[in-house]
Write a protein that binds this ligand. Structure first.
Ligand code: G1P
Length: 292
């Protein structure tokens, strides 16, 4: 059973400054809850129970959010605000725990994931990049499908989606032997390369920020030298894994929102506000008013 998820949250979120100067970018609200709540909920819906935050001293607000708040809870109880009380006192269901480890120096995504090595303890694990929110709409959830597929085949699953050619430089890019798999399907990867120039990119299939990986990736990360941008890249450890065993690209079905960028964050707010039972009508009215 895959039960552990590593969520790297130590980064400073420079693309979201000044908002992220003294508030972790993961705590910026998307409608009425912090962005991190969306990805933790996604992990819980996929059956993951050990949520490992790889964090930094400046980002304690994230750990506090997932902890109890006895004074606030007592006040809400005294005032009979039961719905709010339920929301703040149970950010996590029973049986789910948040564990945090520190990254230390910011040496790259691969380095951040490796900081969780002792807690992961050689087991298979999931990595979720919290900047990217994924909405499955009415369909099955991509992360759940990826975990099922890993459990059935033992093959690592790397979620991918096509991006316009001029943006391949911003992502890990997968190379496949044949055509891209249909949405919701997986296909073996031949290689993966971090932030290639458009001319060198083997495809336009970008790595989206959801990975199901065997425990051996931690050993590979320990040996991974700095790569693109001088950072230790998770992509490079996955490239090394491809040399040893079959790794699959999973073509996502859902929709993504990049909350690490201002435009993506704004789109996420609009998208989730239009789905919010209490705010959808008001949001639609606002959008009509601001249309021109
Ligand atoms: C990271 C990964 C990259 C992936 C991207 C998805 O890059 O290194 O492979 O495609 O996230 O958002 P970053 O955005 O941290 O530069």
């Amino acid at each position: 059973m895959v039960s552990k998820v590593v969520i790297p949250v130590a980064g400073f979120g420079t693309r979201m400054l000044p908002a992220s100067k003294s508030i972790p970018k993961e705590m910026l609200p998307v409608v009425d809850r912090p962005a991190i709540q969306y990805v933790v909920d996604e992990a819980i819906r996929a059956g993951l129970t050990e949520i490992i935050l790889v964090t930094h001293a400046a980002k304690g607000a994230i750990e506090n959010y997932f902890d109890g708040h006895p004074e606030l809870e007592a006040q809400l109880k005294a005032k009979g605000k039961t719905t709010l009380l339920e929301q703040v006192s149970r950010p996590l269901p029973d049986g789910v725990q948040v564990i945090s480890v520190r990254q230390g120096p910011p040496l790259g995504l691969g380095h951040a994931v490796h900081a969780a090595r002792q807690v992961v303890g050689g087991e298979p694990f999931v990595v979720i990049l919290p900047d990217v929110l994924v909405d499955a709409g009415d369909g099955a959830e991509d992360l759940s499908t990826m975990i099922e597929r890993f459990q059935a085949s033992g093959r690592a699953q790397i979620m991918v989606e096509p991006v316009p050619e001029e943006r391949v430089e911003q992502y890990g890019i997968a190379a496949l032997d044949g055509a891209a798999p249909a949405a919701g399907e997986s296909a073996p990867m031949r290689a993966v390369v971090e932030k290639p120039k458009p001319a060198d990119a083997p495809s336009n299939l970008s790595v989206v920020g959801r990975y199901v990986l065997p425990g051996a990736v931690m050993d590979l990360l320990a040996e991974t030298a700095p790569g693109a941008g001088g950072e230790i890249q998770l992509t490079d450890a996955i490239a090394a894994l491809i040399e040893r065993e079959t790794v699959e690209a999973y073509a996502m079905r859902g929709q993504t929102f990049d909350c690490g960028s201002k435009a993506g964050y704004l789109e996420a707010i609009l998208h989730y506000a239009l789905k919010h039972p209490e705010l959808a009508d008001a949001t639609r009215a606002l959008l009509r008013r601001y249309q021109d």
